[in-house]
Each structure stands twice: as C-alpha cells, then as structure tokens.
Design a protein around this ligand. Structure first.
Ligand code: ATP
Length: 446
C-alpha cells in the first residue's frame, strides 16, 4: 500500500465553516437543532454538486457509445431487496460502551477492546447486527405487507431492468448502464461533515461484459478510467490512492475489487468502489423473480448471463473531496511590505460554481455599472457568471474563497480603451483584454 504524508493543510473545522459562510452546505433543519447525518446544499453547493455529477455523467455516459443513462425509482418492490441480499445481510455490527454509553461501528474500532471516547477496557457489549436499510410504508396501512425500503444503493434498479434496457437501447455486452440518484442508509455513526451521511447521492455504472475471458481486462480498464477521471478534474495525485481488496475483504462472489480512497484531514477514506461482481446480481434476481434476465445473443442464438463490472461513487463524498482538495490558505507580503492572506479554492473550471465574476470598480458610477452588467449578461449564456461591485480587494477575496477562476473588472480606463482587467485566481496576475475579444479569451482559458 502506498503512503502519503498526512498534511495538516486543512482542518475539518475550516471546511464546514467556509461551507456555511459562503453558502455551500448547511446543516439540515438547523432552526430545529439539526438532524444528524443530513445536510442541505446552499446556492453555491447545489451548483458545485451538480457540476461534479455533470462531469461524471458527461464522461461516463455522453462521451461514450457503450453506456446508456438510467433513472430508477427510489422505492422498489420489497422482494428486490430480499433477492439482492440487503434484507438479510446489509448490516453493520454495532457495540455500545457500557461506561460512556457511546455507540460505535465494530469494524471502525482501532482496538476492539478499548473505547475510543472514554478509554475503558473491555467495556463493550457483544456486537449486534444493525440494519442499514431505512424502512417505509407504501399506502395507508402501516403493516408488514405495506413495508418496504428507501433504496440503500441505486444499482438494484438497474439490475431488475437489465432486459428492458438492452432490448430497447439495442445494446449487446460489453455495454453499461449508468445512473445518479439518492440512496439512504441508517448509518450508526454519521460524521465527518458530508462524508458519512444518511441520505446521499451515488453515481453508479453497471458494465456488463460477455464471459469471453476479457472480464478482468474490463475491470482493469475501468479502474484506470476512474483514476484518470479524478486526475482530469485536478484532484491532487498524492492524496488519491487505489486500494486493492484482498479476497478476505471482498464478497465471496467478487473476483476483484478496488477502492478509490482520498486522504481526508482525518485520514484515508473511501470515495468509490470498483468491483468485478461476476453474475451474482442478475442470478439472484432471476432466482427469486423466476424471470429470465439473460442476454440473448443473436449471433450464437444462445442465452447467457453477462458478468458485471461495477463502479459506485458517492457524489456527496466526491463533492466534499473537491472542496477539501481545492482549499488553500495563502500568506504573503505585498509590494508595500504588508502581510496579506487569503483563502482560495483552486477548483477546476468545470467544477467551479462560478467561472467568471464581472465587477464594476465603483457602485455609484452608472457608466461602469451598466458596462459591467452588460458584459456579465452577454457571458451568461456560455459561462457560469456572477456580477458584483465595490471594493476590488474585497471582491477578489470573496471570489477566491468560492473558487472563481477568473474575474473581469470594468474600471475607469475601460471607458477610454474599451478594455477590461482579467485577473487569474491562482497566479493573481492581471491582464488587459479588449471587450470585443473577451468571449473568445474566456472560452480559451476555461
Ligand atoms: P463505507 O465503508 O464508507 O460505509 P461502503 O463500502 O458501504 O462505504 P458502498 O456500498 O461501496 O460503500 O457504496 C459506494 C459509495 O457510496 C461509497 O464509496 C461512498 O462514496 C458512497 N457512500 C456509501 N455510504 C455512504 C454514506 N453513508 N454517506 C455518503 N456516501 C456514502
């Protein structure tokens, strides 16, 4: 396993504070004291998360001709969860400390005999199974016949529709079905901000391949593709690792598994899991439903069950990763010897909630305000923009803190030379660009 230094670059106090201050993420139902494991995305956070999902969707679905999109319901027939194994096996083991009464996930304890909160030795209760599935009732009767679950993963909606999809999309293995959607898990110990929550979004790709000896190659190819995906949006390579699961760590039916992990301020944490799941999922649904979900190969006139390669990534964890990875606190001495500092988010331009901020240098000069507002309106169709006005130092600090790559300022010289100042977030350099050419300039830079 590779190691990387655990940099105290950013703490888990700073990220939620910035997220709240700038409107990325708020505690859910805050005015009622909050609800554990649930969060709300504010104006910037909603766009940030949407950009992360769009990046995944674009690269996984739109830019490929072998993957189709999907959107299944959150509530499924309860038997789907019986077949998938979730009803019987989707448990975490829970222990309580008899001294401090705190509750822990057994597999998260560093020392299974010592309480991490109060230090008591051998004070845990016996591990008990705790179902992670959130139950609900469908219809007016709250009895067991009406009981079902909020899905704990999106994948099962894809498996039960496998035949519908391959027949209507006219796809033959190897091909994939992708979806992004909400999942729910009654986590015992939600925490680390939006890392472990009870309601979250997953982006899942189920890639079906024929049993022709190339299944492991397909698995390796997806691991490489997913590695490249994080890198292409600027995630720092030293803070990313791929952990190969040992046969003991994998489910019995899985031939291979690799977890994508990120070095969070509290240590390594899973972002995504990529697995070779054999024919387990389709077999399980065929067995319980009695319906044939096998692929019919026209060429050989034979039915077969395709092998599944799955990539399952948490969009909330990935959004949090982009926030943390982009974060930097910089201190320097300016030209006049004055110490300066700023907090900056180095978001990739495709991920940044605002791509271009357009400023008027003065609030009370209608010529400047009108010029700046016109430029912002014209850029809106091709970039995510924001208009602001006032003290330029403060405007830059605000945009740095929300990760806006470029700021365009209309100043007094603009009225003479029809040029604006473009300031680069990372290098803090400035350049004069003519208003006529600003659209092409920004397209090029972003
Ligand atoms: P963990 O071991 O962290 O509980 P897991 O192995 O149960 O995760 P999977 O079932 O493989 O997770 O789910 C795929 C992805 O869904 C995870 O890699 C993660 O990004 C996301 N995910 C799972 N549970 C949560 C959660 N409670 N909160 C946020 N994201 C989650």
């Amino acid at each position: 396993m590779e190691t990387a230094t655990h940099e105290p670059r950013v703490t888990m106090d700073e990220i939620p504070a910035l997220a709240k201050r700038r409107g990325f993420i708020f505690q859910s139902s805050e005015i009622y004291g909050g609800i554990n494991g649930c969060w709300d995305y504010g104006p910037l956070g909603a766009v940030l998360k949407r950009n992360v999902k769009n990046a995944w969707w674009r690269d996984t679905v739109e830019l490929r001709d072998d993957v189709v999109g999907f959107d299944s319901s959150i509530i499924m027939h309860p038997l789907a969860w019986k077949a998938s194994g979730h009803v019987d096996q989707f448990h975490d083991k829970l222990v309580d400390c008899k001294t401090c009464k705190h509750r822990f996930r057994f597999d998260h304890l560093k020392d299974p005999a010592k309480c991490p909160d109060c230090g008591s030795k051998d004070a845990f209760t016996e591990p008990r199974n705790f179902s992670l599935m959130m139950k609900t009732f469908v219809g007016p009767m709250e009895d067991t016949a009406a009981e079902t679950y909020l899905r704990p993963e999106t994948a099962q909606g894809i498996f039960v529709n496998f035949k519908n999809v391959y027949q209507t999309a006219r796809k033959r293995p190897p091909f994939g079905i992708a979806q992004i959607g909400k999942s729910f898990r009654n986590e015992i110990t939600p925490g680390n901000f939006t890392f472990r929550v009870r309601e979250f979004e997953q982006a899942e790709l189920e890639y079906f391949v024929p049993d022709d000896g190339n299944d492991m190659a397909a698995f390796e190819e997806w691991v490489a593709l997913r590695k490249a995906w994080y890198a292409s949006y600027g995630i720092h390579p030293d803070r990313l690792r791929f952990y190969e699961l040992t046969p003991q760590e994998r489910p019995h039916y899985a031939k291979a598994g690799s977890d994508v992990e990120y070095l969070f301020p509290w240590g390594w944490g899973e972002l995504e899991s990529i697995a070779h799941r054999g024919t387990y999922d389709l077999d399980a649904h065929m067995k319980l439903s009695g319906k044939d979900l096998r692929y019919f190969d026209e060429a050989s006139k034979a039915h077969y069950t395709p092998i599944l390669i799955e990539s399952s990534a948490g969009m909330d964890r990935t959004t949090l990763t982009f926030l943390i990875d982009a974060y930097e606190k910089q201190r320097w001495t300016d030209d006049k010897g004055k110490p300066s500092e700023r907090t900056v988010l180095h978001f990739h331009p495709h991920i940044a909630p605002v791509q271009v901020a357009v400023f008027s240098l003065a609030r009370n000069k209608p010529e400047l305000v009108e010029r700046a507002r016109t430029i912002e309106r014209e850029l809106r169709g091709s970039h995510r923009t924001q208009y602001d006005e006032g003290n330029i130092g403060q405007l830059y600090r605000r945009q740095d803190e929300i990760g806006t790559p470029l700021c365009v300022t209309v100043d007094y010289d603009t009225l003479e030379d029809a040029k604006v100042t473009v300031r680069d977030r990372d290098a803090m350099t400035q350049e004069r660009v003519s208003i006529d050419g600003i659209g092409a300039y920004l397209r090029d830079r972003l």
